[in-house]
Write a new protein. Sequence first.
Length: 354
Amino acid sequence: MSDNQRNTYVTQVDLDQPDPQVFALATKVLQDGGLVAFPTETVYGLGANALDADAVQKIFAAKERPANDPLIVHIHNREQLQHIAIDIPDEATQLMDTFWAGALTVVLPKHPNVPPVVTAGQDTVAVRMPNHPIALELLRESNLPIAAPSANRFSRPSPTSAYHVLQDLNGRVDVILDGGNTTIGIESTIVDMTAPVPIVLRPGGISLEQLREVIPTIAFRPRRVGEDETAPAPGTLLKHYSPDAQMMVFEGNTDAVFERMKQVTNEQHSAGKHVGILVLDDHALRLTNVQAQIVLLGDDLDAMASNLFAGIRELDTAEVDVILVRAPEQAGVGLALHDRLLRAAEGQIIAVIS
Ligand code: TXA
Ligand code: MG
């Protein structure tokens, strides 16, 4: 088999009674320099042995990801961290004590063990301990640090099910561990602990408010439109999470936003376009008799996070031309949702003035 063409083996893993043979097989694949996709509580990851530069290189090839976009190293205990990072500041330890295992990634000074391909040549490394039984079992069984980005093709929405991974990476990954839908549904929060003041590089599953309960001074600088690839977190480029359809993201008060969405739907429909709308359950009644395919996101912002990427993929599969959605307020998990929607819409949010 050539390096970029693989037979992809998908296997379901029972969360309560995981089959040891499955983990033995996945471990063998990792030891042999192959790729294993696995669920975490945020999104599915595309993993390789973080200490094997050739294996990590295959991740970039499979995803068609630019080499200047560094990867997150996943670990299952603090002992492993000693071989990945050095000079760990006390505040980083406080964050790890509070939020690990969980949806928090910390950027730390890199240990010389970690090959440069993982960190895109930077002298810092991003590390996370995921909180998912399958991810943790794979990390324990293999006893390898696993470098893993989200298991999507570059610039596609992150995968929240094994099916999404297969859509993007069939024939490009050796094994997919199918653990059903991920729970949080958006990626981890990344905090740079090597900056003079800890700074959130990407909002995610752990909110800024939660982080500030531990470190009140933690900074967040929203990334601006047009920020370039040499920025600290290159994967935070605006052209990210984008569907094939054009995304139109609206913000403003509820009545005004839904009036505008109905108006835009009518205009698009009259122009022969197939319209998709992503909407929270409570607002769906506002869209009766609208000429659009409607996907429900659930009844609150946590549900929206867990359903957003799947909803975008569903509408893409239905071949809609345009996807309409309202961005939430930028508080709690809404901050990360707003960030992902801004990126999916390539930097443009339509502010509806009432
Ligand atoms: O929830 C998650 O974080 C998922 C799961 C699989 O763990 N992973 C994930 O990985 O979202 P990825 O590669 O899609 O996004 C990782 C982000 C990228 O934007 C990358 O630029 C940033 O982390 N990153 C990695 N190493 C970094 C470093 N040393 N300094 C700054 N940013 C870094
Ligand atoms: Mg990603």
